[in-house]
Design a protein around this ligand. Structure first.
Ligand SMILES: C[S@@+](CC[C@H](N)C(=O)[O-])C[C@H]1O[C@@H](n2cnc3c(N)ncnc32)[C@H](O)[C@@H]1O
Length: 389
């Protein structure tokens, strides 16, 4: 058996044993731990094959696995590669063709959006189902947000290391190839944050003013809070999350980014007793970056196309409504609430936004879907409400 054929066999082994109960990258890590004879090149190829396989969603699930692995590689890769050259050279010659052309060349028949992404009837308004579904065939980019005006220094380090990059029009967002080991290239952590392009765009809704008090109530490791403080270093900041461990990550990330003077607390915002623990405090701005299906980021975790259960969407909506209900009373009259998800589902987006405005004095001012699928970024939803009390 050639090296390339053995990659197909190993990838098929992974696919047959993976049941979706933990993220695919964790599963692959475990798999490689059990097969220490595989070197880094082998691991890279097998992982890539498996990811391409899942990028095809529910299309041709009855096809022979090896055939589907090759088809996934043909449709998802844009550059000639050794595996196809050895196993399907006639496809490798056409690797740069448009996806529609590749479909015809492969003889695999037509491809409808619902076959790739089985939840098209759940999409938020304004998301183009075809363009969104087809975006799964491309691995998303890796994005940086430039801080402290270090564009020139960063670009020159990337050029020195031969890393291809695109500096977007706003001159603060950099798109890089996925898997770039940026920590090895940029030693000064204060120059940049790793943050998806759409996540960076949510910041356009913040508009903080000096001296205001803000609460990032589902802060995780603090990506939105750092963005907020970069816009307005003078805001007073409270961060909270239900997970103590993620707030420890936040503290390290803030220290590396030079973010100081903030309050942090562990808080479960679904707990009905929670509001009583906050005292009489109110905020000029609250960022509610809600726990969600993450369906706008599944280009990075395409195994979800096969393993996510539609019923989960309602559970997320329920969680989002409960958290919003507990958070709304803490917006000052005249203050703002920014509701954010990285979901493409109407139930987690517009329906929760409608729930917020129907059950409070909050009025939606601006925002909506941030469609990242056209430029290799995540798709998000972000809306800004003002308290008209
Ligand atoms: C989408 S993430 C936030 C991402 C973060 N804002 C950022 O920019 O990196 C949602 C966060 O909500 C937190 N969360 C989930 N359930 C919660 C609850 N009941 N109360 C408070 N936080 C919760 C999760 O732990 C998770 O860190």
């Amino acid at each position: 058996m050639t090296r390339w054929e053995s990659y197909l066999v190993s990838a098929a082994k992974v696919i047959n044993s993976y049941k979706g109960d933990l993220p695919l990258h964790h599963f692959l890590k475990q798999f490689f731990k059990q097969h220490p004879q595989m070197g880094s090149r082998d691991r890279r190829w097998i992982s890539q094959l498996v990811y391409h396989y899942f990028r095809l969603g529910w299309w041709h699930t009855d096809m022979d696995i090896s055939e589907r692995l090759l088809l996934g590689t043909f449709l998802c890769e844009q550059q000639s590669n050794d595996l196809l050259e050895q196993l399907r050279p006639e496809w490798n010659q056409q690797i740069a063709a448009a996806p529609e052309e590749k479909l015809a060349i492969s003889g695999a028949g037509s491809l409808a959006a619902e076959q790739l992404f089985p939840f098209t009837d759940e999409l938020s308004q304004g998301i183009n189902a075809d363009a969104f579904a087809w975006s799964y065939l491309r691995q998303p980019h890796f994005f940086l947000r430039v801080r402290n005006n270090k564009q020139e220094q960063i670009v020159s380090a990337l050029q020195k290391n031969g890393i291809p990059y695109e500096l977007l029009e706003n001159r603060t967002t950099l798109a890089l190839p996925n898997g770039t080991k940026i920590e090895d290239i940029l030693k000064d952590k204060s120059w940049y944050e790793i943050q998806d392009a759409s996540s960076q765009q949510t910041g356009h809704l913040f508009k903080p003013a000096k001296g205001q008090s803000w609460w990032d109530c589902c802060a995780a490791s603090g990506g939105k809070s750092i963005l907020l403080r970069d816009q307005q270093p003078g805001v007073q900041l409270l961060v909270s999350d239900v997970r103590r461990s993620i707030l420890e990550n936040l503290q390290q990330r803030f220290a590396a980014a030079g973010v100081k003077n903030y309050d942090a607390r562990v808080a479960d915002l679904t707990n009905p007793a929670f509001p009583g623990t906050m005292g009489r405090v109110k905020f000029d701005g609250i960022i509610l970056d809600a726990p969600c299906s993450g369906s706008g980021t599944w280009g990075r975790t395409p195994e979800n196309l096969r393993f996510f259960k539609k019923e989960e969407i309602n559970k997320f909506q329920d969680l989002q409504k409960r958290i919003a209900t507990n958070v709304i009373p803490f917006v000052k009259p005249g203050g703002v609430l920014i509701y954010i998800t990285c979901s493409v589902f109407r139930k987690e987006n517009e329906e929760v936004a409608d729930f917020i405005s129907s059950n409070s004095h909050l009025v939606q001012e601006e925002g909506g879907v941030i469609p990242g699928y056209g430029n290799g970024a995540d798709t998000m939803y972000a809306v800004r409400f003002r308290n008209k009390e």
